[in-house]
Design a protein. Structure first.
Lengths: 375, 306
């Protein structure tokens, strides 16, 4: 059997819309097989995984908490990827945003008032953008591959955070636990509806960022520049768009958004710095960006779906005793299927060999190679 | 003297997985395919190797399983990028993400279990020669495989007709296709060779380096292997040199930590990653060298038209 791709005369609008849904359906099927292999009734598992975690209002708030960083990071990454620039170190930029933003509550806890939160958020964005500027600088100045440098910096950021919370920033009254002091009241991101659940302003930031980036990409010259440079760097040069400027723009933008996500997470959901502050948001956001078809509004929906995979992972772990790594597997499969289904937008897929043998029986078997030659 | 020998031995052990994974990826990239899933294939090889070794009690079966798991896992990438012409960067990333998740799930029951270790080579007489005996005749079997593999790949790529064909595909898949070369078939085989190598490297981690299963035990080595290929400007012998330099950095920081050097351990631990960035910058500064050696169709999807 062989797969052959036939180029469509133009991209298929139908599959462009359908492909995330097909991918999701395929993930469900593969997931059902996986649960069955683990000896769990798939229907039962799916109910625990996808339905129960969002059946009550407070749980929807938890969903928003998980979705906020994913959406914030992913909308930034979508601009990078549209420009064909590969920032995959958002996890590190997230951590540096959290560290920079925490300077105020950790080092100046006596500083209080309504200015604290805006300053923290600003510092968070600066931190993320600063950390993202390193691979951008290396790429523009020395044409060093940004994929590898941005990824290596993730490990460095994780170790740096680990050193901070075990060393100079450790809470002296923390009984030796590796963590900073609890942030003061004015350094905690307020909850949206404290009576209903824990969701905080981070989710609002995510929605605002998505709308703003959507406006930029679809209505402004900058968005056009990103798309032109991404699909044809040569055409971009002729139009006078600078490639190096674009590298900095996309890295600083995505870094700042990842940094904002980092400080929002620490100030809103966690309340202090710890050695580990992210369950891989920076990497999962890559999946969110692609599942959302690199469209900021699609990314909002995709962020909610991926947030649900985190909650579902926790749910099956406590209910069925399956490792919560199952969430990672779901996320990985989803990205695979999304990328595969995206092929359908540009190509028609034909299976050669199997279809012939099945349709025409064995008599035509010998004719099949000749048919191919004739083509 | 003994200390020097021991340090050299540990450097070789640390360099071996980097070397094997990088040599595999070198062949893949020479064929014009960029597989960023090395980390994922490596960790799958590690968990597969540990699991098979643990269940059967034989480290050799474990090693074989690691190779097979790596190759099969890379097949997933091959189908996606070669048959479905998906974006290679994104697909490679998703292979890594899937591998890290899947290995964590498969490995849950292996955590804390005692593993099996591949025995070191021991040739009576030869292995007990002072100094060189242990270095040349007393290392783990995978070390010898890694050296042989490097030599074999060097010979294959630059001395055989098939190797020349493979390189020509990497430089221009359209011309190769026009000459009637089966581009996709070559690339399938190259990708699976790379997967087998990454799996073997992972098997080395869980069967030789630290004979146990620890989640995320590849610790970025797959990414360093990718960087090594760029650092080596796609030349096998430079990969060998690079892998040993990195092995030395890796071991050096561990020894520095053990000696209690007054630098926080986290800074020492981040040295291999920082070193990767530094060498990448140094090598990519020289644009002519990079341009000359980079396979010209690296990373570009290819759909044969007829």
């Amino acid at each position: 059997m062989r797969i052959e791709l036939v180029k469509r005369p133009q991209r298929s609008a139908l599959f462009s819309m359908l492909s995330p849904f097909i991918a999701f359906a395929l993930t469900i099927i593969a997931g059902a097989i996986m649960f069955a292999l683990l000896g769990v009734n798939p229907l039962n598992a799916f109910e625990i995984y996808f339905v129960e975690p969002i059946s009550q209002v407070w749980q929807l708030h938890e969903l928003a908490i998980k979705a906020a960083p994913l959406i914030l990071i992913a909308v930034g990454l979508s601009v990078c990827y549209k420009a064909n620039i590969w920032n995959i170190g958002a996890e590190g930029q997230f951590i540096f945003g959290a560290i920079f933003g925490s300077i105020i509550p950790v080092l100046f806890p006596q500083f209080e008032g309504p200015l604290v939160i805006p300053l923290m958020l600003l510092l968070g964005m600066v931190g993320g953008a600063f950390y993202a500027s390193i691979p951008a600088l290396l790429k523009t100045r020395f044409s060093t591959n940004e994929i590898l440098t941005s990824l290596m910096l993730v490990y460095v950021a994780q170790l740096f955070l680990d050193w901070l919370v075990r060393g100079p920033w450790r809470d002296p009254q923390g009984h030796g636990f590796p963590q900073t002091i609890q942030f003061g009241d004015s350094a905690v991101l307020p909850e949206l509806m404290p009576d209903a659940g824990r969701a905080n302003w981070g989710f609002v930031f995510a929605l605002v960022a998505a709308v703003l980036i959507w406006l930029m990409m679809s209505r402004m010259l900058k968005g056009f520049e990103v798309r032109v440079l991404g699909s044809s760097p040569r055409a971009g040069r002729f139009a006078g768009f600078g490639f190096n400027k674009m590298v900095f723009f996309t890295f600083l933008l995505s870094g700042a958004l990842a940094g904002l996500a980092g400080i929002s997470e620490v100030s809103g959901a966690i309340g202090q710095l710890q050695p580990v502050i992210s369950p891989g948001y920076g990497f999962t956001a890559i999946i969110v960006a692609f599942l959302g078809r690199l469209n900021p509004l699609g990314i909002v929906a995709a962020g909610l779906v991926l947030a649900l995979t985190y909650l579902g992972g926790e749910a099956v772990q406590s209910a069925l005793g399956i490792s919560d790594k199952v969430a990672r597997v779901f996320q990985g499969m989803l990205l695979f299927f999304v990328l595969g289904c995206d092929t359908l937008i540009h190509y028609r897929i034909r299976l050669i060999g199997m279809a012939l043998t099945k349709a025409n029986g064995t008599a035509k078997l010998e004719a099949a190679p000749k048919l191919e030659e004739a083509r | 003297m003994d200390i020097t020998v021991n340090i050299l031995l540990t450097i070789a052990t640390a360099a071996t997985p980097l070397l094997i994974a990088a040599i595999g990826e070198l062949v893949v990239e020479r064929s014009g395919v960029l597989n960023l899933g090395v980390e994922g294939m490596m960790i799958m090889g590690a968990v597969g190797g540990f699991g098979a070794g643990y269940l059967t009690g034989s480290p050799w079966i474990g090693l074989l399983a690691a190779i097979i798991v790596g190759a099969l896992f890379s097949l997933l990438f091959a189908v996606m990028t070669l048959s479905l012409a998906t974006n290679q960067v994104a697909t490679g990333l998703s292979l890594t993400l899937l591998g890290l998740g899947l290995s964590g799930m498969i490995g849950t029951s292996f955590v804390g279990q005692p593993g099996v270790r591949l025995p070191n080579l021991d040739i009576p007489g030869l292995s007990s020669i002072p100094v060189v005996g242990k270095l040349i005749f007393g290392q783990d079997p995978v070390f010898y495989i890694s050296i042989a593999l490097t030599a074999a790949v060097m010979w294959f790529l630059f001395k055989t007709r098939t190797g020349l064909t493979l390189r020509s595909i990497g430089d221009s898949h359209t011309s190769a296709h026009a000459l009637g070369i089966k581009v996709i078939r070559y690339r399938y085989l190259a990708v699976m060779f790379g997967g087998a190598c990454a799996g073997l490297a992972g098997g080395h981690l869980s069967l030789v380096y630290t004979p146990q299963w620890v989640e995320n035990m590849s610790a970025g080595r797959g990414w360093i292997a990718l960087a090594l290929v760029v650092f080596a400007s796609w030349r096998p012998w430079r990969v060998l040199a690079g892998a040993y330099i990195f092995g030395a950095v890796w071991i050096g920081q561990l020894h520095a930590q053990a000696f209690g050097i007054p630098v926080p351990s986290q800074f020492l631990s981040s040295l291999p990653y920082l070193a990767t960035i530094v060498v990448l910058v140094l090598i990519s500064r020289n644009k002519r060298l990079t341009m000359m050696n980079t396979p010209a169709s690296l990373g570009q999807p290819f759909v044969p038209d007829r």
